[in-house]
Design a protein around this ligand. Structure first.
Ligand code: DGT
Ligand code: CA
Ligand code: CA
Ligand code: ZN
Length: 567
């Protein structure tokens, strides 16, 4: 039995004991043992043969005896007994990505949940978000993971795939001899959904790494294995492709695994036209790259960031040295779409402001729903005035940080806004969005949205197409017409950074730029954790070839205020 397998048994033991709320020191001892064994270079079998198990630093008599039992019988009785005590449904919950035994115990104790089905039901009914330490983001992550389990074979949301990638990375990184682990493929290119996960690992010997991944507790089946490549089906329903290469080939392997297929093909075609053979060029260089820049420069091209590698003209642009300067997360100076406890958000104004300041923003806009959106506990005029008083008081406290007053208002099914003009005039920023009657025909919907684009009180149109990835198609809409109207009126379109929206999407955002439309990258956060999702929206902007000048919330506050007033 391999060291990692033994280590995993201790890891599971610790998890189950944690679940049973055993003494802290016991749990910690097993967790430590798992870590020590996983990092051990020498096979445990050999150490045992020398009779030296207790000499491993950090391993005492009790654990040495358990190791002995595992090596002799292939299993650990204590673990088997414990597993029998705990209902299988709870174990399913424990093995959800990102959920540990503590969470699972919390669900059982506070809501009586003992199966995945019950958990899904509670999450969908919004009953998890108010538990201590939870929140909407975690609740939504749980729903997504369960959906992934139910819907095997479909494309998985990037944000969900990233949770799995993090788990896999920390598992593989702990293996002896592994000096690097990265995900390539669509994950690295930040596509909004992911077909499979492509992992590249740097290690001198591929065999133990491939064995360890095959033995990964969430693995269900090895699909293919040859040379240094392995393809694995996981219990999560998503496939993982692994390539293990020596450290000096890591950069090249990551480049090749990042793709996309179309991008790599286009590189080959262009170079063949120039009389360069990509494989000869690379192999002649000895394939010793430290940085992908070196690969592109060998091909006589400037560096093309992963988000652009889709064969959407980037290779041609690079060849003419006309690649755009792309937006970066650090360019974002503020988030212009945030909900608080004043409507359907979970954080207070103070908490949201603190988070924004911690992120290094210099401003933010609080855009709670207007009153009419009853499901979302919209604000009345009186409440809004009260909120503005609180914001004013906060602004007086701060130097170098500005809270903008704002509102998110419904675009009515027949056009027009569901909010008196008096309110719209009284706030710094108005976002108008569609939250109802999604099934209208294209003509009606287009006219409806353009009525908001045209409205001089509206600054931003929120999540323009209404899509929810894997759940709801974009509504019927004549995008070209809306973009033309937005360009004409100077109305800003939102790139909603929420991973299940990403709306505008990359293609639409790119088209918007071509039409001269300005955009804002906003999180639309309803709790603090979701304020961290800005990078997903920035990735959409990068995939759309947008730079800081295309995005209004890269402007300093003075310039932004002027820009908003000009409208
Ligand atoms: P996806 O998985 O549908 O979200 O999209 P991608 O772009 O991640 O597509 P995928 O996983 O088929 O391919 C990613 C890259 O991995 C691709 O550019 C080339 C590389 N690749 C895929 N299969 C193989 C293979 O069998 N051998 C080698 N050497 N490379 C491969
Ligand atoms: Ca892939
Ligand atoms: Ca793949
Ligand atoms: Zn919103």
């Amino acid at each position: 039995m391999r060291n990692e397998e033994v280590a995993w048994i201790f890891h599971e033991l610790a998890e189950l004991l944690e679940f049973k709320e055993e003494e802290f020191f016991k749990i910690r001892a097993y967790k430590n043992a798992a870590r020590i064994l996983a990092e051990l270079e020498e096979p445990l079998e050999e150490i045992r043969l020398r009779g030296n198990l207790t000499k491993i630093p950090g391993i005492g008599k009790n654990i040495a005896a358990k190791i002995n039992e595992i090596l002799t019988t292939g299993r650990l009785q204590k673990l088997e007994d414990l597993s029998k005590e705990i209902p299988p449904g709870l174990l399913d919950i424990v093995s959800l990505p990102g959920i540990g035994p503590k969470r699972a115990a919390q669900f059982r104790d506070s809501l009586g949940i003992t199966s995945l089905g019950e958990l899904a039901k509670a999450a969908r009914a919004g009953r998890l978000r108010d538990l201590p330490g939870m929140g909407r983001k975690t609740e939504r992550d749980i729903i997504r993971c369960i959906e992934m389990l139910e819907d095997r074979g479909g494309r998985v949301l990037l944000a969900t795939a990233k949770i799995l990638v993090e788990e896999l990375k920390s598992y593989l990184k702990a293996l002896p001899g592994v000096s690097g682990v990265e995900a390539g493929g669509s994950v690295r290119r930040w596509r909004d959904t992911v077909g499979d996960i492509d992992l590249v690992v740097a290690a001198a010997d591929p065999e133990p790494v491939m064995d360890a991944l095959s033995a990964y507790p969430r693995a269900s089946e090895v699909l293919t294995k040859s040379g240094n490549r392995l393809s694995l089906q996981t219990k999560w329903g998503i496939t993982v492709d692994l390539e293990v290469v020596p450290e000096e080939q890591f950069t090249l392997a990551l480049f090749l695994n990042t793709g996309s297929h179309a991008h790599l093909n286009k590189l080959e075609n262009i170079l063949t036209d120039k009389g360069v053979n990509i494989k000869t060029a690379i192999s002649r260089s000895g394939a010793m790259f430290h940085d992908e820049r070196e690969i592109y420069s060998l091909l006589d091209l400037p560096y093309i960031p992963p988000e652009m590698r889709e064969d959407q003209g980037e290779v041609e642009a690079a060849a003419q040295n006309k690649l755009p300067h792309l937006l970066e997360v650090e360019d974002i100076r503020g988030d212009l779409h945030i909900h608080t406890t004043w409507s359907d958000g979970l954080s207070t104004i103070e908490q949201a402001v603190k988070r924004a300041r911690d992120k290094g923003y210099s401003y933010m806009a609080l855009t709670d729903h207007s009153q009419s959106l009853r499901i979302a506990r919209g604000l009345s005029l009186d409440k809004l005035k009260e909120q503005h008083r609180e914001i004013r008081a906060l602004n007086e406290k701060f130097d170098g940080f500005t809270v903008l007053t704002g509102i998110e208002v419904d675009i009515l099914p027949r056009g027009g806004l569901d909010c008196p003009e008096e309110i719209l005039k009284g706030v710094d920023l108005v976002i108008a969005s569609v939250h109802s009657a999604f099934k209208q025909d294209c003509e009606t919907m287009t006219a409806r949205i353009i009525s908001a684009v045209d409205d001089k009180n509206v600054d931003i149109i929120g999540h323009l197409t209404g899509r929810l990835i894997n759940h709801r198609e974009a509504y019927a809409l004549d995008l070209e017409k809306v973009l033309d109207a937005s360009a004409r009126c100077g109305t800003i379109l939102e790139i909603n950074a929420s991973p299940e929206r990403l709306d505008l999407n990359d293609a639409n955002a790119r088209r918007a730029k071509e039409k001269g439309v300005k955009m804002a990258v906003n999180t639309d956060a309803h709790d603090l954790k979701r304020m961290d999702e800005m990078s997903y929206g920035v990735a959409v902007a990068r995939r759309a070839w947008l730079g800081p000048d295309d995005i209004v919330n890269t402007m300093p506050i003075g310039k932004l205020r002027k820009y908003l007033r000009k409208r």
